[in-house]
Every structure is written in structure tokens, then in C-alpha cells.
Design a protein around this ligand. Structure first.
Ligand SMILES: [Zn+2]
Ligand SMILES: [Zn+2]
Length: 223
């Protein structure tokens, strides 16, 4: 698979285009991409790591021009659909995507078959529910199962894990949940590339060794 990053705007939220032999998927629809960006490939799905406005602002338009379904964790869907009226959410800028948004759960695995890709395609998208930044934050572990490609797996970590730090937990999230989510991510292999919702990519092993939130975990014998 090939991974293209499109950083965007003052908040520099990253949009990712992950392309396979015959189709592609988008992670975090927050950049005004168009057909020229995916070069004629079919977009099989649009995946939201969470519901904050800076990650979903182009979702409605991208769904219209690609006809691809939008996926997000069940717990962030009310925020994305603009019907979550918790006070801290009402204070944030909002981007809204109209239903349907397809609900994801922890451990869901999406394949070309479940995405309705008729062409031969070898990949899978595994959902890791990683609350802490928001209730419905997820990481997507995307594996290319075609042996001819150079990069076989990558983690799209949204605002859960950044290079050197983690996402803020004061927007309705919880540090206790964040720590538990990092414990879950820590079980993944050290050589896994990580593509965060903001900032540069990193390698999971480096985060385990140097990111203070991970090193605090190991000090507590959690990992
Ligand atoms: Zn966020
Ligand atoms: Zn963000």
C-alpha cells in the first residue's frame, strides 16, 4: 500500500489517502481533496479516527464526490451528526456530516468484501477503540496483505498518539482512558509505522522507548 499525507490548515490535521492496487481509502476527511489526488482509483471508504471538527470538515463533500460510505466509532457518531448536546461539545466549533455514518466497534475488521470492493484487493482495516481524547476515538490498523507491496501495515492513530506525546484529554476525554488505550497500543509490534492526526509520522518502538506517556506506563509495570 502507499500512504499519502495531506496536512491541512492552521490546526494541521492530517488527512491520509491509503492506496492499494485497485482502490483506496481515506482516513480523516479534513482536506479538500479531489479526483486528481487519487488518480482514478475508487475510494472504498472514508474512515474517521474521531468526531472533532478539524478531522471531519470535508466529510460531507468527499462522500458526495466519491460515493464512499463514512465510518466512525459508534460513540462519536452523535458528535459528527451534530446531535450531541453535551456542554463541552456545544462549545467547540462543529463540522457536521449528515447520516448515515456507519458505526464501528472495537475489533471490527473491514475487508475488501465488507467494503463492497469487487476487484481483487488484499487488505484489512482493524478498528482499535482507544478512548481518552474522545469517547469514540479509534486507531485504524491497516494491513496490506499483498506480498508485492513495500509497506505491509501501519497504524493511523488520530489524536490518541502523536510523535512524542498524546492527544489532549480536556475536550471531554479522560487521562485514565488514555493510559488504558496506550496499554492496548503498546501490545502492537515495535516496527509498526504510526501516522498521527497531527504532526509527523513515527515508529511505535520509538514511542515506546521515548514518549513520556509510554515510559510512564512501563514504570508502572503496565507494559
Ligand atoms: Zn481531536
Ligand atoms: Zn485533532
Amino acid at each position: 500500500m502507499k500512504i499519502h499525507v495531506f496536512p491541512y490548515g492552521p490546526l494541521q490535521a492530517n488527512s491520509y489517502l491509503i492506496s492499494f492496487a485497485n482502490c483506496a481509502v481515506l482516513v480523516d476527511p479534513c482536506v479538500s481533496l479531489d479526483e486528481s489526488d487519487w488518480g482514478g482509483l475508487r475510494i472504498a471508504g472514508i474512515f474517521c479516527t474521531h468526531g472533532h471538527f478539524d478531522h471531519i470538515s470535508e466529510g460531507e463533500r468527499l462522500r458526495r464526490i466519491t460515493s464512499a460510505p463514512i465510518y466512525a466509532h459508534r460513540l462519536d457518531c452523535p458528535m459528527i451528526e451534530g446531535i450531541d448536546e453535551r456542554p463541552f461539545i456545544m462549545k467547540m466549533p462543529r463540522a457536521v456530516i449528515s447520516p448515515p455514518i456507519l458505526r464501528l466497534e472495537d475489533k471490527d475488521i473491514l475487508s475488501p468484501k465488507t467494503l463492497g470492493v469487487a476487484e481483487k484487493a488484499d487488505f484489512q482495516i482493524e478498528v482499535l477503540h482507544t478512548p481518552g481524547h474522545s469517547d469514540g476515538s479509534v486507531c485504524f490498523l491497516i494491513r496490506d496483505t499483498d506480498p508485492d507491496t513495500s509497506e505491509h501495515a501501519a497504524l493511523f492513530s488520530g489524536d490518541t498518539l502523536f510523535a512524542g506525546t498524546v492527544g489532549r484529554t480536556d475536550l471531554g476525554g479522560s487521562m485514565t482512558q488514555m493510559i488504558a488505550s496506550l496499554g492496548k497500543i503498546a501490545l502492537l509490534p515495535d516496527d509498526l509505522p504510526v501516522y498521527p492526526g497531527h504532526g509527523p509520522s513515527t515508529i511505535l518502538g520509538q514511542e515506546k522507548r521515548t514518549n513520556p506517556y509510554f515510559t510512564a506506563l512501563s514504570g508502572n509495570d503496565i507494559i
